[in-house]
Design a protein around this ligand. Structure first.
Ligand SMILES: [Zn+2]
Length: 300
């Protein structure tokens, strides 16, 4: 077969034909970069609780987020073994959750005012619910919309209500700070990057390298930042609800030992290294004690 059909008289030198490839690739990359920047800029919003500018898709309403949370919750509960709500452990967990939830508005308002802002009261429409799941895992979660679960495996590691409140406060904070919605927006951005890479003709190995670099350089630090934020807001919630925030330190030490290499996702990869986390918590302790004095009626 003939590789090069005889050139037509009006065709330029062969290199002219080849130059069209990189040109198109550049346009595709520019187009996607432009969309990525537009998406990033147009979906920035201020979080009064942390005082940070965050990326949350404006087209994702609070109701959408709640619906997603509820759907995930029902799926998890249907796959796991929820404990009878009448059992002492379920009642104890519910009691802790109720105390924490009762302080959400106060703590949000106090943290927002530290940044000179008004709280969004995003959780006003939450339908709070907590279930205990029979499992060996030392884990807990709170989904958008206020649907929470505590795994029975957490109880012996926590050892006391104060430590349970620290973990549950941390989980509630993830939902209040809309970390799930932020992760969704980041995933959207990385999908845009992935598509740009594929369409621009990057080879799969190059694409993988770029994605890995993005994971380590952007997504993982972001996830760690979320954990640090949840630690702070959760600690303030626990303190305001009259729990002892100092229990956070031995708790995370025990969590580190209990996880022994095979920690559940929530408490492993994305979490700050235990030493750093404990240092951060120690630095927050005076503030937590002040929140306890201010909001816990028993402490007065
Ligand atoms: Zn977390």
């Amino acid at each position: 077969m003939r590789q090069n059909p005889s050139p037509r008289p009006d065709q330029g030198p062969p290199s002219g034909g080849r130059r069209r490839g990189p040109g198109l690739r550049l346009w595709v990359l520019l187009l996607f970069a432009g969309y990525g920047i537009y998406y990033w800029v147009s979906n920035q919003t201020d979080d009064p609780v942390t005082g940070q500018r965050v990326l949350i898709d404006r087209s994702l309403s609070v109701d959408d987020e709640k619906a997603l949370g509820l759907q995930a919750y029902e799926e998890i509960l249907s796959q796991e073994r929820p404990v009878d709500p009448a059992t002492p452990v379920a009642q104890e967990i519910r009691g802790i959750a109720d105390r924490l939830i009762a302080k959400v508005d106060d703590v949000e308002a106090a943290l927002a005012s530290e940044h000179g802002m008004q709280p969004t009261r995003f959780s006003e429409s939450f339908d709070w619910e907590v279930n205990v799941i029979d499992s060996q895992e030392a884990n807990a979660f709170c989904l958008p919309g206020g649907k929470m679960a505590v795994y029975t495996g957490l109880v012996p590691v926590a050892q006391n209500e104060d430590a349970l409140a620290v973990v549950m406060g941390h989980e509630i904070a993830h939902a209040l700070l809309r970390h799930g919605a932020q992760r969704m927006a980041q995933q959207r951005l990385s999908q845009v990057g992935q598509m740009a890479g594929a369409l621009s003709g990057m080879d799969p190995q190059q694409q993988q390298m770029v994605m890995a670099a993005m994971g380590y350089g952007y997504l993982l630090p972001y996830a760690r930042k979320h954990e640090t934020e949840a630690d702070e807001v959760g600690l303030m919630l626990a303190a305001a609800a009259c729990f002892d925030p100092q229990e956070a330190i031995p708790l995370w030490e025990r969590m580190g030992e209990a996880s022994g290499g095979q920690a559940p996702p929530e408490f492993s990869s994305t979490h700050p290294n235990p030493g750093t986390r404990i240092q951060n918590l120690q630095a927050l302790m005076p503030k937590a004690m002040a929140y306890r004095e201010r909001f816990c009626e028993e402490a007065m």
